[in-house]
Ligand binder design. Structure first.
Ligand SMILES: [Mg+2]
Length: 364
């Protein structure tokens, strides 16, 4: 029977996982100590399993029974019996009330790309057109809620892992706090390391220019300044680019596709930040390339974005924060000498460690 051996989605498993973080993570706006993950396994009639993840920070997700009921109601009818390749490559435009129907949840999107690559026996980055598995990566400390000693410890860990680029949090109301953290980062990482800062939208355009000028005057050569002002202030971003020619403005992380387009059109970005959705990130990176603007990859769940980074043109850097979610992987993505290495296994190459999955599963 052809149907029983075809590449069509026939079954699924959902897991609700609680991961306590080794240290609280945060920035000028938020703080989290726990990650709640939804792990999805999509199974095809011919026996392939595609894996995807979703994340909620801090606040618990609904219990597993409710997650399953939501999935069965909202998502399963649209994907059961479908070929994952069509789901991965399909494009639809949200119009009117069909916004939900026009986008796949992140876990589903990741799982169908995983299935498509597995069905072709290709690593995902190869399917996406990449030819080299290694991409530059920087350590990202997510340190705003850490005291100076913890911050030093975290920086030292990244240095030991071989990172030669580091991004730290700024945006404290007291500029002396920011300057102290920059001094610590310089002290631990050395003057050769590339230094980036992320304010997570803490400032007005004028305050961003004032602050960055002071950091530059103190001798900090900043490779980029990330999200200095609110995400949709496109004119503000354009003014920052003019006022701060000595550094790069990295933004776009918090914007959807339309916002990223408007940002590019306004001339408001030096490095467009993409992450998460493979389809949307490819479209945004293609558009950025048309404007002559490079991209960076923000943190992605279990570092699956390494495949995007290895396949998109003009990627400057991939972010790495060494988070607990990698405990779920049999073999997590490797980082060596400040490079991320995309797994050369079929699909995204992240298989679940069943023991860890059991240990961290929390159905209720
Ligand atoms: Mg950021």
């Amino acid at each position: 029977m052809a149907a029983s051996t075809s590449l069509t989605i026939s079954d699924y498993k959902l897991h609700r996982v609680r991961l306590d973080l080794a240290m609280p993570i945060g920035d000028s706006q938020v703080e989290f100590a726990v990650h709640w993950m939804t792990v999805l396994e999509l199974i095809t009639a011919n026996g392939l399993t595609g894996i995807g993840f979703d994340l909620q920070q801090g606040k618990p997700t609904p219990g597993l029974k409710q997650l399953v009921a939501q999935f069965e109601y909202n998502t399963w009818p649209a994907i059961i019996g479908e070929n994952p390749c069509g789901l991965a490559l399909g494009i639809s435009r949200p119009r009117g009330g069909n916004v939900g129907a026009a986008t796949l949840p992140l876990a589903v999107e990741t799982a169908v790309w995983d299935l498509m690559a597995k069905s072709l026996d290709l690593p995902l980055y190869r399917l996406l057109g990449g030819t080299k598995s290694a991409v530059p990566a920087y350590g990202s400390t997510l340190d705003y809620r850490l005291n100076d000693d913890q911050f030093r410890e975290r920086l030292a860990d990244f240095k030991t892992m071989g990172f030669t680029g580091i991004k730290i949090k700024v945006g404290h109301p007291d500029i002396a706090w920011d300057l102290n953290r920059l001094a610590i980062a310089r002290d631990v990482m050395g003057t050769e390391a590339k230094l980036m800062i992320d304010a997570n939208e803490a400032w007005s355009p004028k305050e961003a220019i004032r602050r960055c000028q002071i950091y530059l005057d103190h001798g900090y050569d900043l490779y980029w300044v990330e999200d200095p002002i609110t995400r949709e202030d496109y004119a503000g971003y354009a003014s920052l680019r003019t006022a701060l020619p000595m550094t790069r403005i990295n933004t776009g992380e918090y914007l959807g596709f339309t916002g990223k387009r408007r940002l590019l059109e306004a001339g408001g970005v030096d490095v467009l930040n993409v992450h998460g959705s493979i389809g949307m990130s490819r479209a945004a990176a293609y558009l950025a390339g048309d404007f002559g603007i490079p991209v960076s990859l923000g943190n992605t769940l279990l570092e699956i974005g390494v495949h995007l980074a290895a396949s998109l043109p003009e990627v400057l850097y991939l972010e790495y924060s060494d988070l607990t979610w990698n405990k779920l992987a049999k073999e997590p993505v490797r980082f060596e000498k400040s490079m991320a290495i995309a797994p050369d296994r079929p699909g995204h190459g992240i298989e679940l460690d069943q023991g860890a999955l059991e240990e961290f599963s929390q159905p209720d």
